[in-house]
Design a protein around this ligand. Structure first.
Ligand code: GTP
Ligand code: PEP
Length: 211
């Protein structure tokens, strides 16, 4: 974290998890050539992180990943990267990041997916406003997944990402955040999602990758 991310402030620190790039976003390969896949996944993550850092109410963004290329690119723009827990999976990676940031005194914490290349800072800010300090989550546009999970101040994140995570997060007592913030819900799993994100307006790195 930088001085800008000082834990004393009351903004939210977001953990952004990402698998090794060559293993990530395989559903996109169902109907896309593999050329440029790694570069596209990295570009989407960098656009997501860049937009999230600019959002009102966000005090810091920390990526959880063991990918060396991504780590190099993020570090170069001043983003901290925590190494993954090898082989432990997404929720363990987030719990690991949660524990580490809490040990530094961070009070407000959330998890944001790395595949939101159309993310608009003002829309993420509006979601954080609507959340207040409640445990809450933003479902993806299809409704089954989760793009953002926010913990209550000082309480564990308790992430339940994976199949039907929206229902799992609701069951865990999290408030559902619905509102005019399509870019926060527009995650990219398939080529149809990618086209929808492009229609919304991609971040510069993703736009460049798609030519
Ligand atoms: N750090 C970390 N991130 C993970 C891990 N597993 C999944 N993720 C990330 O969690 C996010 C949500 O996962 P998915 O949307 O299913 O992404 P994916 O597994 O890359 O996509 P598919 O291969 O298409 O299923 C993505 O950004 C993944 O890279 C993990 O073990 N560690
Ligand atoms: C892991 C998840 O992501 P996706 O739905 O994009 O696979 C989730 O939403 O919990």
């Amino acid at each position: 974290m930088t001085a800008h991310d000082a834990p004393e402030d009351d903004g939210v620190h977001l953990l952004v998890p990402l698998k090794p790039l060559h293993l990530a976003k395989t559903r996109l390969l169902a109907d896309r050539a593999p050329d440029g896949h790694i570069e596209l996944v990295a570009a989407m993550a960098l656009d997501t992180v860049t937009a999230a850092r600019r959002a009102p109410g966000v005090s810091g963004v920390v990526v959880v990943s063991s990918d060396p290329v991504l780590t190099g690119e993020l570090t170069a723009i001043g983003v901290e990267v925590l190494p993954d827990v090898p082989g432990a999976g997404l929720n363990a990676a987030l719990r690991h990041g949660d524990a580490l940031l809490r040990s530094r005194g961070v009070r407000r914490l959330g998890a944001l997916q790395a595949d939101l290349p159309a993310l608009r800072p003002a829309e993420l800010g509006a979601v954080l406003d609507a959340a207040g300090t409640d445990r809450s989550f933003c479902p993806d546009l299809p409704g089954a997944g989760t793009t953002l999970l926010l913990a209550e101040p000082r309480l564990p994140l308790d992430p339940r990402f994976g199949a039907d995570s929206a229902a799992e997060h609701a069951r865990s007592g999290a408030k559902t955040l619905l509102g005019p913030w399509e870019s926060v819900r527009r995650d990219v799993d398939t080529t149809a999602d990618l086209a929808a994100a492009a229609a919304l307006g991609l971040g510069p790195r993703s736009a460049r990758q798609l030519g």
